[in-house]
Ligand binder design. Structure first.
Ligand SMILES: CC(C)(COP(=O)(O)OP(=O)(O)OC[C@H]1O[C@@H](n2cnc3c(N)ncnc32)[C@H](O)[C@@H]1OP(=O)(O)O)[C@@H](O)C(=O)NCCC(=O)NCCS
Length: 210
């Protein structure tokens, strides 16, 4: 998946504020409160519902105007299991969305994060960060040990992602994107077996990775 397209970590120093959101524990970075970017009452992070699909496709179109990821998103949302789809809701508006896909092993250790999208007019308010943190926290609670993604290191590096060299992408990526293939450890004692990330067939389309 192109880097422009495209996870409670014990490796994150940022998770120092916790409150009970409407859908359970919600982790918010200290910096977001410090910077006044997030208040406790104006944002909810919760799993998406089937009825959110149209809004999520529209969000996808708006956040990625130069490419069409709606086919991928529709297929991911249609998966019955192995996917965590979280929305950020402000009032009655969906303002952000992230999907995390678990590897297809019987006892998954790994997951892929993406696409991640925030409505343009509320970008740079910490919503993308909160979606990533909450996604990682929920997967860690499910026993997932490592989250991979193909994305901009300038953005994801701030969130604790570093270049991945053990787990490989499921399809080839351009050589210049190697540094964009990253991971965040949810269990720092875990070492993955080298090899390609085993993902559902929806992800095994080479076009999504070039
Ligand atoms: C990338 C995206 C999800 C970030 O969401 P967000 O809510 O705006 O991000 P946050 O508020 O958590 O973080 C904002 C910080 O990240 C930085 N940032 C945002 N996008 C960035 C990018 N592509 N590269 C580098 N830094 C980026 C901003 O500079 C900002 O830092 P600053 O406020 O100190 O300057 C959002 O901009 C988006 O939807 N973009 C379009 C779709 C996309 O590119 N998705 C990611 C695919 S890998």
């Amino acid at each position: 998946m192109a880097k422009k397209k495209a996870a409670r970590s014990n490796a994150s120093p940022d998770l120092d504020a916790t409150w009970k959101g409407p859908c359970g524990p919600f982790f918010v970075s200290h910096q977001m409160f410090e910077r006044g970017l997030m208040t406790r009452n104006d944002l909810s992070i919760l799993p998406s519902q089937k009825t959110d699909q149209d809004a999520l496709l529209e969000l996808c179109r708006t956040a990625f105007p130069a490419e069409d990821l709606t086919g991928l998103l529709s297929e991911l949302l249609a998966l019955e299991q192995g996917v965590l789809s979280l929305i950020a809701r402000q009032g009655d508006q969906i303002v952000g969305h992230v999907i995390l896909t678990l590897e297809t092993r019987s006892s998954p250790d790994l997951a892929l994060l993406g696409p991640l999208a925030v409505v343009p007019h509320v970008q740079r308010q910490g919503i993308g960060t909160v979606l990533v943190e909450e996604g990682c926290a929920r997967l860690a609670e499910q026993g997932i040990k490592r989250v991979c993604l193909l994305g901009d290191p300038a953005y994801y590096g701030r969130l604790g992602f570093v270049q991945e060299t053990a787990v490989q992408t499921p399809c080839p990526i351009p050589s210049e994107w190697v540094i964009a293939w990253q991971f965040r450890a949810l269990d720092s004692s875990f070492s993955p077996a080298p090899g390609p990330l085993a993902l559902p067939s929806v992800w095994l389309k080479p076009d999504y990775w070039v």
